[in-house]
Write a protein that binds this ligand. Structure first.
Ligand SMILES: [Zn+2]
Length: 344
């Protein structure tokens, strides 16, 4: 065990500090100690880095909301893990006992203690202790760099498309920002069950890459209005499902892309949080608009199972911990195709 361990903390808005400190104590009876191997970046990291006025939290806070690692030690009551096991970690400190937790709706926990890497210390550190109940084994054949993208990148999409939008084989889905971390996953997850996928990207190079992931139609939103293009592509019918996370810039256009009774599922608002919607259109067209945030432990297991079957994340870049800030800048610039991973 190392005598000192590294941790990367947010110490102020847009200010990170890499520090060395003592290793954590031995895990408590119901905890495991984890050697972190890979941290994957998400928009949540950018929100945290820029500072969010309404977010109550104490700085410094160790960053990193999504990660994988190996079990280094186990508490005396832990039976499900042994040292060396590859694992991923749930990213929120749920209570484990409320009705939502008992029913497996972990992301609706009534007494959630916060999100790791945002409100509470996160995963961008060499070694940490976690309650064993929030740790999920990685199946054989899945690498830790890929597995790092399961807790948020994959599980968020799994939850949105299947628990919330109830996407069925053969349906047509519009995936916004097909080059983003979750966009790339949504394209792959929808294609593998036999859906028709229309996606939007911001440049022609990304259009080619989105096609290579299996997207049937790619719209460059900088040169084409996506609402018009979707109407044309669907013979004026519209799509069954829209996968939204862009927000203000696209939300109304997204509603116009839906067929009657269509579902819009959203987990983000990167272009802005506010918009107005036409309520007449909402009820007459019988749209269903579904908000989605995070995922359940089950969604993470489902995601890892998909990885084991060969549905792997698109890795844009893999950088060392010392280049975390450059990685955030790359994410912020939108010059990304897929996920950015930090290897420890
Ligand atoms: Zn709970």
């Amino acid at each position: 065990m190392p005598v000192s361990v590294r941790s990367l903390a947010l110490v102020g808005d847009r200010k990170l500090a890499l520090a060395e400190g003592p290793a954590p104590p031995s895990p408590a009876t119901d905890e495991v100690q984890i050697k972190v191997r890979a941290v994957a970046l998400n928009h949540l990291d950018l929100w945290g880095y820029r500072g969010m006025a309404f977010a109550k939290r104490k700085l410094p806070v160790v960053v990193g909301v999504e990660a994988s690692g190996e079990i280094a030690a186990i508490g005396s009551q832990v039976a499900d893990f042994k040292p060396g096991d590859p694992v991923v970690m749930y990213g929120a400190l749920t209570c484990g006992v409320c009705k939502a937790c008992r029913e497996g709706r972990d992301n609706l926990c009534e007494n959630v203690g916060g999100i790791m890497g945002f409100h509470l210390d996160g995963f961008a550190r060499d070694l940490l202790n976690m309650p064993a109940r929030l740790v999920i084994p990685v199946p054989k054949g899945v690498g830790l760099r890929d597995a790092a993208c399961a807790p948020i990148g994959f599980a968020t999409v799994q939850h949105m498309l299947f628990d919330n939008a109830r996407l069925e084989p053969g349906e047509t889905v519009l995936v916004h920002a097909g080059g983003s971390g979750i966009g790339t996953v949504a394209i792959k997850m929808a294609k593998v069950i036999g859906c028709t996928v229309i996606t939007t990207v911001g440049d022609d190079a990304k259009a080619e890459k989105a096609k290579s992931l299996g997207a049937d139609h790619v719209i460059n939103y900088r040169t084409d209005r996506f609402e018009g293009a979707v109407r044309k592509l669907t013979g004026k019918k519209g799509v069954d499902v829209v996968f939204e996370h862009v927000g203000a810039e696209t939300f109304n256009g997204s509603l116009l892309c839906l067929k009657r009774g269509g579902r819009l599922v959203t987990c983000g608002a990167t272009s802005g949080p506010s918009t107005t919607i036409n309520l007449m259109q909402l009820f007459q067209q019988q749209y269903r608009i579904i908000g989605s945030f995070g995922a359940s432990m089950r969604n993470i297991r489902e995601s890892l199972a998909k990885m084991a079957e060969g549905l792997l994340p698109v890795i844009d870049t893999d950088l060392p911990l010392a280049q975390y800030e450059q990685a955030l800048a790359r994410l912020e610039s939108r010059q990304v195709f897929g996920k950015i991973v930090i290897s420890l």
